[in-house]
Design a protein around this ligand. Structure first.
Ligand code: PEP
Ligand code: MG
Length: 595
């Protein structure tokens, strides 16, 4: 158990964590006990095996029933597609890695049920911890959450349900599982803060779709804050203020009103076209990791999927998905998005995306190793299977295939050759492949930028992956917090790279878009329009914000902004000039704080 640290909290104590879901909440804290449990491991005699197995099986059944109940209660809330998280947890409760291994430790190694379960959970956590990709690593939270439920049921401990909270509070917890979050009644729980968790954890994703401000990763908040402490959370900046003074309280009340007003104004943009005042139009599309996210993206106004990261399909105990499985997913994606296109990126593993199931080899320098398209070209069987599934799905609607991490023309030609061979084989077998599959590449390496004119002759479209392009262009590991301060989208080298790519695409008459995180940051929207991007693909929740910026300017004005920025020599100068300009144009959105 984590002991509560009794300290006196002084007025205006500020804690800073991860800004997981935007918005401001002001209320008293309500501590929910999700502390770790004391688990005792011991050897059992063979006569104890059956009772221990029975206790474990009971706990599994109880956990399933609880989850089914959560699901039933959550039906009808604005959670739609996110209910799949509960299904995922139910599936984990049938998973052999978790259940089968625990049973075998009890039966064969004669370890008591809680000890056996604890061992298996530790092992699973280690597997997830070794993953360096943030999103995949945070799927560990699903294991934590289901493991916690199972263990509590096994030990006969009760959990306070968030559904029982009957007054307005800000929930403070060590961690909240997606099942906890789904139970939240928004009129009661108006915000939450936790010790652990990150921006891409399911809990954070759910908080964002419920529209509840949340700050995660505060490390010790659950042991610091006694029940009933007055607090303010600012989920946009990741700030938590304990015992706010009257002055702070007033400031934040104003900020909250302002934030709520801007949010209500955003709704108005959902169904409006993304075009400048002088009629220059763009496509704002969504990035997705799972097919279940597509309908929600559509509701947010996404005109297509600009990046379907398929690597998540390969994270399964059963190994790589079959052609049929992939085909069903891609087909469903394209049918849900019609008439807008779905851009399927071929497997992008390696580097910071470690997928244990694919047995990638350890590399000294994985960011520059056998990753993305290099891996696919080597693992021909996997690549062919994916391409066949994409080709077949293309018969059902507008699909674009996109190859990641391209560094030369030969790679593009090799990929196209693979694609063509599979197409011919399918056609020879009488299988329809559609006629309009568009072929594109991600521009993520400096080499691709420098030869963008040559690459443009080979493909139908470019999509700039700024997450990697900035990393390779500025030689900054995108996951290394020590050099994070150098990760600057407004570095002159990045601007020049973007300019060059857009010019090459324009001269060749091909489409150019962006699908890195920079595309969804409204601070950069004007610059991206001025550079000539016609497609921006982002987290669906950002679409209205970006649209709001674009709809208030004329193309000629934004070109002037860019002309001025590219004369400056440092990232700091460019960022400061851009922030000042955005504040001048949109004073209520980019407040003085941003400047
Ligand atoms: C990128 O690199 O910008 C990108 C969109 O791809 P990922 O983040 O998946 O590497
Ligand atoms: Mg990338």
């Amino acid at each position: 158990m984590t002991a509560s640290v009794k300290i006196d909290i002084s007025e205006d104590t500020i804690l800073v964590g991860i800004a997981a879901a935007p918005g401001i909440a002001i209320c008293r804290s309500h501590r929910v006990n999700r502390d770790r449990m004391d688990v005792v491991e011991r050897r059992i005699s063979s006569s104890e095996v059956e009772p221990e197995l029975a206790a474990f099986r009971d706990a599994v059944v109880k956990s399933k029933l609880q989850l089914l109940e959560v699901k039933e209660q959550a039906d009808g809330k604005e959670l739609g597609e996110h209910l799949y998280i509960i299904d995922t947890h139910l599936l984990i409760l049938d998973d052999d890695m978790l259940i089968g291994e625990t049973v075998s430790l009890i039966r064969e190694d004669l370890i008591n049920a809680e000890g056996a379960l604890n061992r298996v959970l530790r092992k699973l956590r280690r597997v997830f911890d070794r993953i360096s990709d943030e999103y995949l690593r945070e799927r560990r939270s699903d294991i934590d959450s289901i493991g916690d439920r199972l263990m509590r049921n096994l030990l006969g401990e009760t959990r306070e349900s968030l559904a029982d909270i009957d007054e307005q509070v800000i929930v403070v917890a060590h961690d909240l599982s997606p099942a906890d979050t789904i139970q939240i009644d928004k009129t009661k729980v108006i915000g939450f803060v936790t010790d652990i968790g990150g921006r891409t954890s399911h809990t954070a994703i759910l908080a964002r779709s419920l529209g509840i401000p949340a700050v995660l990763g505060l490390e010790t908040v659950s042991s610091l804050v006694p029940d009933g402490t007055p607090m303010i959370i600012d989920g946009s900046s990741g700030t938590v203020i304990l015992k706010p003074s009257t002055e702070t309280f007033r400031d934040y009340l104003l900020k909250k009103q302002h934030y709520d007003y801007l949010e209500s104004e955003l709704l108005h943009y959902r169904n409006l076209p993304a075009e400048t005042k002088d009629g220059h139009s763009l496509f704002l599309r969504s990035n997705v990791d799972f097919v279940d996210e597509i309908l929600a993206a559509r509701e947010q106004g996404a005109q297509g999927i600009g990046l379907f990261r398929t690597e998540f399909l390969f994270m399964s105990d059963e190994g790589a998905p079959t052609e049929e499985e992939q085909f069903a997913i891609y087909r469903s994606a394209v049918e849900q998005m019609e008439p807008f296109p779905v851009t399927i990126r071929t497997l992008d593993v390696g580097g910071d995306k470690f997928v244990p199931e694919l047995n990638l080899s350890d590399e000294v320098n994985p960011a520059m190793g056998l990753r993305a398209v290099r891996f696919s070209l080597k693992e021909a069987k996997l690549f062919k299977t994916q391409l066949r599934a994409i080709l077949r799905a293309a018969a059902f609607g507008p699909i674009r295939v996109m190859f990641p991490m391209i560094s030369g023309v030969t790679e593009v030609r090799d990929c196209k050759q693979f694609l063509e061979r599979e197409r011919q084989e399918l056609l020879a077998a009488g299988i329809d492949c559609g006629e309009n599959l568009k072929i594109g590449i991600m521009i993520e390496t400096p080499a691709a930028v420098l030869i963008a004119d040559l690459l443009a002759r080979e493909v139908d479209f470019f999509s700039v992956g700024t997450n990697d392009l900035i990393q390779y262009c500025l030689a900054i590991d995108r996951g290394n917090e020590h050099v994070a301060y150098l990760y600057e989208p407004m570095h002159p080298a990045v601007l020049q790279a973007l300019l060059r790519v857009c010019q090459a695409a324009e001269s060749a008459g091909i489409e150019v878009g962006m699908c890195g995180e920079m595309a969804g940051e409204d601070l950069y929207s004007l610059v991206l329009v001025a550079l000539g991007f016609r497609e921006l693909s982002m987290n669906a929740a950002c679409i209205s914000r970006v649209k709001r910026i674009i709809r208030q300017v004329e193309l000629s004005e934004v070109k002037q902004v860019l002309d001025q920025l590219i004369t400056l020599s440092t990232a700091e100068e460019i960022a400061a000039a851009l922030q000042k300009e955005m504040h001048r144009r949109y004073p209520s959105i980019f407040t003085v704080e941003h400047v």
